[in-house]
Structures are given as structure tokens and as C-alpha cells.
Design a protein around this ligand. Structure first.
Ligand SMILES: Nc1ncnc2c1ncn2[C@@H]1O[C@H](COP(=O)(O)OP(=O)(O)OP(=O)(O)O)[C@@H](O)[C@H]1O
Ligand SMILES: [Mg+2]
Length: 287
């Protein structure tokens, strides 16, 4: 039994799903300039969003990440497994109705376990579905890295909306060259970021996001749970949480502490990331 399975067991009867995700080897980057465009074609474009950015899909593919057009890669197959139950729950096709089921946070105990890697791959994988649109939110406001990883320059975003009530979501959201994927950047850093994320304005904003875009899945890339309080504040608003656990690195103690901080959420899924080999034959375990 792996450490995350043991830790999950300690949570009592709560159902926790565990998915192993292997370490993905990046390829050498021959052609960093991408003219790639969304192979899925334009579908219900978000008309209110003004800004448009071009994600470097070729670079992303060479980094070993999920991109449209690349067929059956190992990472794409893994994220296909990870997203299935999340999509079901988001649209209440699971066991029962989930409040804000379409709001999904990706978090972990400690830095560098793969939160941003998983958040981007998950967002891209869901955006490739025929009938789902995705909003990827960089909620790691102290150390944002979604835009950088996607090869984009920093932009105004979440923090700016929280600080300026004249700004609308659509003013800062970014449409991308993957027609079904838009991004809400973290925006400018602020010394009271935690208080802002815990504020009533943030709570109303999350309600607005969940209700204004009920057909959209919203993925939040978050800071680590054990080093900040932002992540647990955010967790209290989420319908579903993905907790990334780094294989052979994160201790059982850290996993248990982190799970305790998000126990208000009834739908927690664990991803066993950077696994060198799959532990056992089963992809999913219920505890
Ligand atoms: N399954 C994987 N296979 C290969 N590389 C991975 C995998 N998961 C993460 N990485 C790499 O590990 C590094 C850390 O990942 P990432 O930035 O996603 O972590 P993080 O948890 O978001 O870190 P932080 O807490 O600093 O925000 C990155 O270089 C990323 O590309
Ligand atoms: Mg990160």
C-alpha cells in the first residue's frame, strides 16, 4: 500500500480516488515557434472576452504536456482517466448533486509536486472534449506560473478584479488559440493576497464564475497547502479537488496534514505524480 493510500485510509470512510501519473520525459525543442491552431474548430466562442493570446502548442507538446492534435500520448491517456469522474461530477452525473461541482482546484502539500503541470494538462484535456469549455484560473497569486508555462507574458487577472470593482471578468479573461480554453491570469501580486482570496468579494466572484458559466469547467491552479493559507481558503469554495502527491518524495505526514486542510470538500481525488512505475495494477482505489 502506498503512502497516499495509507493517508487516504486514515480519513475514515470518505471515498478518495487515487490515480498514478508517470513521470513524463520532455522532448528536445526543435521548433519553439508554433503556428498550431485548434484542430477541433470554433465552437461557441466566448463573445464577451476581448483579449486573445496564442499558446505555443508545439513547445507545450515538447515539454511532454497534453495538446490538441497530438493523438494518443501517454500523458494524454493518463489525463483522460483523471478527467472522466471530474466531468461526471461537474455536471451532476455522479452519485448526487455537488455544489460548485464545476469548480475544480488542483493543489498539493508542498511546492514543485506538479500542481501547475496537472492543472494545465487537465484543462487542455477537458478542452479537447467535444462539448466542454474550460476556464483555467491561475490562483497561485503569490507565485503565478500558468502563463509562463504556456509561453505567454503576464497579464492583469484575478487580483486586479478583486481590487477594482469596475473591472469585469471578461475584461481580464484571455481567449486562446484552443477555442474551448480560456484563461484567467493571477494578475498583479498583492501583499494582502490571502485576505483578498478569503474576502466576500472572492466568494461572490466564485459564485459568479460557477453560475455565469455553468456549462464550463473551471480549473484552479493553487499554491501548496502546507506553506500558505490561500489554498485552504480556496478549497472551501470548490466542488472538487485534485491533490497531487509527488511519488517517492511527499511524506505520509505531509499528505495527511494537507488532506486535513481540505476535508470540507467531499470530492477529493489524489494524483500520484511523477511515478517511476505504476504501483500495482489498479488505476483507481476507493478508501
Ligand atoms: N508527471 C510529470 N512528469 C514530468 N515532469 C513533471 C511532472 N509533473 C511535474 N513535472 C515537472 O516538475 C516541475 C514542477 O512542476 P510544477 O511547476 O507543475 O509544480 P508546482 O506544484 O506547480 O510547483 P509550485 O508549488 O512552485 O507552484 C516542472 O518542471 C514540471 O514540468
Ligand atoms: Mg505551480
Amino acid at each position: 500500500m502506498s503512502i497516499i493510500e495509507k493517508a487516504a485510509g486514515k480519513l475514515g470512510q470518505k471515498k478518495v480516488e487515487v490515480t498514478p501519473l508517470p513521470e513524463i520525459k520532455a522532448k528536445s525543442l526543435n521548433n519553439p515557434i508554433s503556428k498550431a491552431h485548434d484542430a477541433l474548430g470554433a465552437r461557441t466562442p466566448d463573445r464577451q472576452i476581448q483579449k486573445r493570446v496564442e499558446i505555443n502548442l508545439t513547445q507545450l507538446h515538447h515539454l511532454g504536456m497534453v495538446t490538441p492534435d497530438q493523438g494518443k500520448t501517454l500523458v494524454a491517456e493518463e489525463f483522460r482517466l483523471i478527467k472522466r469522474p471530474l466531468i461526471k461530477n461537474a455536471f451532476n452525473q455522479g452519485a448526487g448533486p455537488i455544489k460548485h461541482g464545476n469548480l475544480i482546484m488542483v493543489t498539493s502539500s508542498l511546492p514543485k509536486e506538479g500542481k501547475t503541470f496537472c492543472a494545465i494538462n487537465l484543462a487542455m484535456s477537458i478542452a479537447m472534449e467535444m462539448d466542454h469549455t474550460v476556464l483555467l484560473v491561475d490562483a497561485d497569486v503569490a507565485r503565478p506560473s500558468v502563463l509562463r508555462t504556456l509561453g505567454l507574458k503576464s497579464e492583469t487577472g484575478l487580483m486586479d478584479i478583486l481590487l477594482d470593482d469596475k473591472l469585469d471578468l471578461a475584461d481580464v479573461m484571455l481567449k486562446t488559440n484552443v477555442e474551448t480554453l480560456s484563461i484567467l491570469p493571477a494578475g498583479k501580486s498583492h501583499k494582502h493576497a490571502t485576505e483578498l482570496l478569503a474576502s466576500q468579494i472572492m466568494s461572490s466572484l466564485l459564485d459568479e464564475i460557477a453560475n455565469r458559466y455553468p456549462d464550463r469547467i473551471v480549473i484552479f491552479d493553487s499554491p501548496p497547502l502546507l506553506l500558505t493559507t490561500e489554498a485552504s481558503v480556496l478549497a472551501s469554495h470548490m466542488g472538487q479537488i485534485i491533490m497531487v502527491v509527488e511519488a517517492e518524495t511527499t511524506t505520509q505526514h505531509a499528505v495527511k496534514d494537507a488532506l486535513r486542510q481540505i476535508e470540507t470538500c467531499a470530492n477529493i481525488n489524489l494524483v500520484y505524480n511523477k511515478a517511476k512505475a505504476f504501483p500495482g495494477g489498479n488505476y483507481y482505489g476507493y478508501y
